[in-house]
Design a protein around this ligand. Sequence first.
Ligand SMILES: C[S@@+](CC[C@H](N)C(=O)[O-])C[C@H]1O[C@@H](n2cnc3c(N)ncnc32)[C@H](O)[C@@H]1O
Length: 196
Amino acid sequence: MTERPYSQAAENNKAPILSVLQQHCQAPGALLEIGAGTGQHAAWLSGRLPHLHWQPSDVAANLPHIRQWLSDPGSQALPPVELDVAAQWPAGPFDYLFTANTFHIMAAPLVETCIREGCRQLTGQGKFLVYGPFNYDGQYTSDSNRQFDQWLKEMDDNRGIRDHEWVVEQFVRQHRQLLADHEMPANNRLLVFGRD
Ligand SMILES: C[S@@+](CC[C@H](N)C(=O)[O-])C[C@H]1O[C@@H](n2cnc3c(N)ncnc32)[C@H](O)[C@@H]1O
């Protein structure tokens, strides 16, 4: 078997993410993870949130190595399913949606699609949790985020750190409000959207 991909950032941020999820995802339910990446978050977080049915998803090319991570003892995640947010979504409804570090990778229209279609898959009281870097009032929150944004755009001009206000606006269009905005390590945020 080939060596599985590894993300040091996912190792670093998984514990802070867990503490926010423990706060906002107390009721048992189904959680769809969008853009699961290596599968490290799914493998580790699902084992610590056993009251959630953790459904990882990503584009087809990533599913084999996500399966490798999910074979870790302690993972309680379901087998990963294919989800390109621009295409067919898995059948919901879901009580929670979770995505980490995807909004600066997807082009802005794709982020809009993700929010719109994601909200359609949520239960009425469902929550959509979004982890990653964001700008506030058109400003970077750190020099490292500025450099990261430049690096992203050099790779692909459609990529880039999104404005917090723009993201909130997309959710408001789907009748979901910003319930919480958590400061996270390394100049990241964890935004929680839902209905009051
Ligand atoms: C930077 S990685 C983040 C991975 C993981 N969530 C993490 O935090 O380590 C971005 C992820 O977004 C996914 N992605 C990009 N475009 C996508 C799309 N159209 N639909 C679903 N996932 C997408 C990529 O496949 C990748 O797994």
